[in-house]
Design a protein around this ligand. Structure first.
Ligand code: SF4
Ligand code: SF4
Length: 169
């Protein structure tokens, strides 16, 4: 599996159109079968060891924190809510609080320093185990340039279905 993130970005970009055509193909697959394949393949690749060697999602995405998650976190960090807000939070959106930097301040040497209190989007990433993945394929394609596991799962699915890109030039 690709570990070089710059290479991953380039390859995912190069496969952009192909992946969108593949997405249309996947929409015709039985949704339960597709969900099972996503789970099976992500379990195969999404190992603790691999994530510890990567941590690219923690450097690239901006997970939303709910108020409740921040409350738990300030207890763990032994700081006040206002200190936390001033130090870490950029703005509040309808789906939660966004931190000031895309690269998460709680990542240290590829390890999450608030692992037990990490917010829900971090627990769920890269979101390959959701129901009716057929409705989330654009998100999957977007994540293929961030997460090597997502990229590899898409490539494996092409093999699983023996899918060839007929529009390939
Ligand atoms: S980007 Fe993917 S492989 Fe890398 S740490 Fe995040 S979930 Fe794991
Ligand atoms: S809270 Fe932890 S898991 Fe979430 S982005 Fe930050 S370092 Fe990564």
């Amino acid at each position: 599996m690709l570990k070089n993130i710059e290479k991953l970005k380039k390859m995912a970009f190069a496969k952009g159109d192909e992946n969108y055509r593949f997405m249309n193909y996947l929409k015709g697959i039985n949704p339960s079968k597709l969900d099972s394949l996503f789970v099976e393949l992500s379990e195969k690749y999404l190992t603790e060891d691999f994530c510890l060697s990567c941590a690219n999602c923690c450097r690239s995405l901006d997970p939303r924190f709910s108020k409740g998650e921040i409350r738990s976190l300030v207890n763990e960090l032994e700081i006040s809510m206002s200190e936390f807000m001033n130090k870490y939070v950029d703005l509040e959106k309808s789906d939660g609080y966004i931190l000031k930097t895309n690269s998460c301040p709680f990542l240290h040497e590829n390890k999450c320093q608030i692992y037990t209190n990490r917010p829900h989007p971090c627990r769920s990433y890269p979101h390959l185990d959701k129901k009716i993945m057929a409705h989330r394929l654009i998100e999957v394609i977007d994540n293929s340039s961030v997460c090597p596991v997502v990229y590899q799962v898409l490539e494996d699915l092409k093999e699983e279905f023996n899918w060839k890109d007929e529009n390939e030039t």
